[in-house]
Design a protein around this ligand. Structure first.
Ligand code: 6PG
Length: 229
């Protein structure tokens, strides 16, 4: 399991290029690109760059999941799905059946189990023990959280469940999150950290600083940290 840090002076374009490289490779090798999306503010610019560079990408061979979601309606301003719908799902024309949405608007435990069951069913059809993203995008919080796995959360120690309802300090507090067993089943993980004020936390996480949940993420093949200038 390799970890590497890359620096970018053209963050959204470089992130989009990395995503497309993985997409083309996965589609060539397996006929499908399973991409996990991250939440927060960063994705908007990256999704726009992805759409701008993705000419000719067969979106029917792309599958989208969400690493986490806030427990709000899908059209709520805090919804990670809403951001993705506006900036990636609608502009790409990806078939609706290829987008696996976490239903933040229903009971959180029900939504978590529903999502976990949906991914497990798909993985089962491929003979996989659990769903294996080709590329999972993740962000990093100022406290070292990733997805909605926050410092001190009992979800950090989960070894069986793949999606859990969680409470976090970053508003809105009620969320759904993939857990490390599912996150770390990804072939590749790409952390997207454009903010300069998070560089020290990113470097500490790469060095294994257990104060930061992000330090516990290890893609099966490679974990890349793309940092801003
Ligand atoms: C969320 C995210 C979260 C986010 C980081 C970074 O739903 O809040 O998934 O993990 O990626 O907090 O967020 P920014 O990119 O907005 O700084």
């Amino acid at each position: 399991m390799i970890s590497r840090i890359l620096h970018s002076n053209d963050f959204a374009a470089d992130a989009a290029r990395a995503i497309l490289d993985h997409a083309r490779k996965a589609i060539a090798e397996r006929g499908l690109f399973r991409l996990g999306l991250t939440g927060g503010r960063s994705p908007r610019a990256i999704h726009a760059a992805l759409i701008a560079q993705a000419a000719g990408l067969p979106w029917a061979k792309v599958q989208l999941t969400f690493g986490d979601e806030r427990c709000v309606a899908p059209d709520h301003e805090d919804s990670n799905y809403r951001v993705a719908k506006e900036t990636l799902i609608d502009p790409s024309g990806i078939p609706a059946g290829n987008v696996f949405r976490m239903r933040g608007e229903i009971d959180p435990e029900t939504a978590a189990r529903e999502y976990e069951d949906m991914l497990r069913a798909f993985a089962g059809r491929l003979g996989e023990p659990r769903y294996a993203h080709d590329l999972l995008l993740l962000g990093l919080g100022e406290d070292g959280h990733t997805a909605s796995l926050f410092p001190g959360s009992p979800a950090l120690d989960e070894t069986t469940r793949e999606v859990l309802p969680v409470i976090g300090p970053k508003p809105p507090p009620q969320r759904l999150s993939m857990t490390f067993p599912l996150i770390n089943a990804a072939h590749h993980v790409l952390f997207l950290v454009p903010q300069a004020d998070k560089r020290a936390i990113a470097e500490a996480a790469v060095a294994g600083d257990q104060r930061y949940p992000a330090s516990r993420v290890h893609g099966q093949e490679c974990t890349t940290w793309l940092l801003g200038p």
